[in-house]
Write a protein that binds this ligand. Structure first.
Ligand code: NAI
Length: 243
């Protein structure tokens, strides 16, 4: 039996794909969102079986797309248990040389995209008097980082949004939490120079980079009945990196 429907953004690869696999295995119906149509369709087809898994291509930085996708998913499943705002991008560069355009991209995708999907599901979850919102932020949103002022600001904004939504929607039975991964081995981190990777590894007490499933397990917990009394929190999943 299904444990309810969950929307996962950025599900075509990386952490989002790991979250989709974990949640399908736990018995949730899924609506997977990403811009890339083919990998998304392939993953949805693979996971569609014991539970239902839909591919919902779209751009999270587009309010119309967010409303359309949430509307379609709600119509298809009749209820919505959870939303996992995972899709995200980086546009790294030194702050003194950062163009307004490069500043704007992570804000549009990471912060606005999280706002659009959260805004679109909120009336549904409030009416249900039940719902779980899980936002993937980053340790960089807590610490800041040289070369990532734009990304750090977008991720810090997600933490503040998470806390505000927790306060506003808590009375209607909706929880809102964030997960802050440290260094997770995905396409996003694959291009970093070896020197940077070695430097980061030396700062991780657990002596390994994280995997998608390290984050996915925490997301599954936040969607579960065991996490019913947790809201407004940011859970750091970084092998001890930021202490
Ligand atoms: P990734 O680059 O491997 O995957 C990103 C996913 O987001 C892809 O499915 C992509 O299609 C989707 N996406 C990007 N822009 C989109 C848009 N405008 N509309 C719809 N979908 C879009 O990234 P990764 O590493 O899996 O990261 C996932 C999340 O975790 C991101 O929010 C990232 O900031 C966060 N994170 C990642 C860390 C890491 O070390 N990999 C560390 C901390 C946070």
């Amino acid at each position: 039996m299904s444990r309810g429907a969950v929307i996962v953004t950025g599900a075509s690869r990386g952490i989002g794909e790991a979250i989709a696999r974990e949640l399908a295995g736990a018995g949730y119906d899924l609506a997977l969102v990403a811009r890339s149509v083919e990998p998304l369709a392939a993953l949805a087809a693979e996971l569609d079986g014991e539970t239902t898994c839909l591919a919902c291509p779209g751009d999270i930085a587009d309010w119309e797309d967010a409303q359309r996708i949430v509307g379609e998913v709600h119509e298809r499943f009749g209820a919505l248990h959870g939303l996992v705002n995972n899709a995200g991008v980086t546009r790294d560069g030194l702050f003194v040389r950062m163009s307004p355009e490069n500043w704007q991209v992570p804000i549009d995708v990471n912060l606005n995209g999280t706002f659009y999907f959260t805004r679109a599901v909120s009336p549904i979850m409030m009416r249900q008097r039940n719902g779980r919102i899980v936002n993937i932020t980053s340790v960089i949103g807590l610490t800041g980082n040289a070369g990532q002022a734009n990304y750090a600001a977008s991720k810090a904004g997600i933490i503040a949004l998470t806390k505000s939504v927790a306060k506003e929607l808590g009375g209607r039975g909706v929880t809102s939490n964030a997960v802050a991964p440290g260094f997770i081995a995905t396409d996003m981190t694959a291009d970093l120079p070896e020197k940077v990777r070695a430097g980061m590894l030396s700062q991780i007490p657990l002596k390994r980079f994280g995997e998608g499933k390290d984050v996915a397990g925490v997301v599954k917990f936040l969607l579960s009945p065991e996490a019913a009394y947790i809201t407004g929190q940011t859970l750091v999943v970084d092998g001890g990196m930021i202490g």
